[in-house]
Design a protein around this ligand. Sequence first.
Ligand code: B12
Ligand code: SF4
Length: 506
Amino acid sequence: MTQTKDTVLLIYPALFKITGLPIGIASLSAVLGGSGYQVKVFDTAFYALSDKQDWDELRADRLMSKRIVNEEQYWKVKTADVKKDLIESISECKPKIVGISISEPNYEISLMLTRLIKQHFEEVIIIAGGVFPTLSPEIVIEESSIDIVCLGEGETALLELCNRISNDKDYHNIEGLWVKYKGKVHKNSPGILHNINDLPNPDFSVFDEGLFYKPMQGKLYKMINIETSRGCPYNCTYCSSPKLKEFFLRNRGGNYYRSMNMGKIIEQIYYQIDEHSPEFIYFSSETFLAMNKKDFAMFVEEYKKIRIPFWFQTRFETITEERVKALKEVGMFWLTLGVEHGNEEFRKNILKRTCSNKSILEGISILNKYNVGASLNSMIGLPFENRELIFETIKLNKKLFEIDNKLEFNISMFVPFRGCELYDSCKQNGLLPDKAYSAVSDLSDESVLNFSKEYKQGLKGLMKTFNLYVKLPEKYYPRIKIAERSDEEGTAMFKYLSRFLQEGTF
Ligand code: B12
Ligand code: SF4
């Protein structure tokens, strides 16, 4: 039996009510726990930290999805001050090390928390990891409240750090970490790329119950995530995944995109079902169906015995009738797919997505035939786009709605994340604001790009009315144009037209 060692506190600075289990933290927790450390998690998902509306209300207001009916049963919004709670939590568990997982949209919240910790517990060592510290370590290491930055995967590096600190050993030279030590920053080489089949099953027991519950068709269900791969084989310009691939290829000569053995996936499913009794399973993969024929057949065969409804994210290119039919029979309930743009040339040249409109339309026809619903993601506010091009996105989504009226249409304002190819072209083309900006998440309807005031206002109106344009007949377009406005007439018209959709009377 492993002896219990120090406590490590891991912080998940989730945006308000963005639930779902973060595999990164769960995997770190499993590795540390397996070596005898006590792991505690502090998450911010239920603290209203800004005046922004919550994600699900916003989606419902923009007519993207149904309002959640059973929210109060499972999500407990915290009324206490997050700062007070964090200080209390650290005073109780007395960690020597606090780790925080950072993506660019939650960098601001993260700094608020790390600064608070340093102010009250100077001796605690703070280590930051995640996609933002990996792709922008030089920004994160500048922050005085952060002592160590983890570049890449943290399982081995964090364990090594904990072991050295527990044993009072020097820790400045650990692979995978940039360490501030005795007045100097030691930039060690990036950490190893793990064989994901050798890692322990993610430890979800460290999370509060509320994080397990995610909305599906207007209701919260208990969901667990099953990791089936890490990284993605594709190269979209607005996404961090290709940059992580480049990062590991350059630094470790390895491929960040790794699929897990089907045997290990199945073992994980049974383990997590036994531990957590979920109502739904989310297969956490950037492109779930990018699996080979043999693995697919094995998955379907085994899942016949499980049959818990599941959903996942994939690409249109990976959808075939044979696969949809087989998956539907064993419990596939929902998919998330990226349409991203309606103009094929734009999608191919600017976003590096080569899928044709024809295969998008065919994919939805197949899903509709087998009665499988889907959320379709599109973006507006992209560089080199204009109102006319945005209407091509509306037009394509409209055609999809005509095939299947249970589809959900998510619309996001483009956000240039640092490190992505499209961030660089925004920079080269003078589209980024001069002062360092903080990438807001795609929950925002304000574009951060240097567009004219009028164009930005227009984008805001299109974010609001996107679903009206997609779902209402074209004879309503002059009225929807009025609804784009934020003045009294526009607001009243938006309300009036929204009722048609909510009641299905058009
Ligand atoms: C699954 C997923 C989610 C899940 C879970 C989130 C999570 N943090 O795990 C959900 C659905 C909740 C989610 C939500 C969002 N996501 Co998301 N998500 C992903 C996705 C597809 C995979 C993440 C994953 O599980 N990877 C596998 C695990 C094992 O890797 P990992 O998380 O990177 O963790 C490893 C290392 O980074 C490191 N590490 C991580 N944390 C720490 C901490 C310490 C102390 C150490 C030492 C190491 C360490 O070690 C881990 C183990 O190896 C990524 C894409 C990607 N490739 O990263 C986008 C991504 C992270 N998401 C992104 C965004 C924008 C969002 C949202 C804002 C979207 C939205 N509007 O809803 C929200 C905000 C989330 C929040 N924190 O509030 C962006 C972030 C962009 C950026 N450059 O920062 C990404 C990169 C996708 C993209 N567009 O490029 N997301
Ligand atoms: S398919 Fe999805 S995860 Fe893969 S590179 Fe494109 S946007 Fe990123």
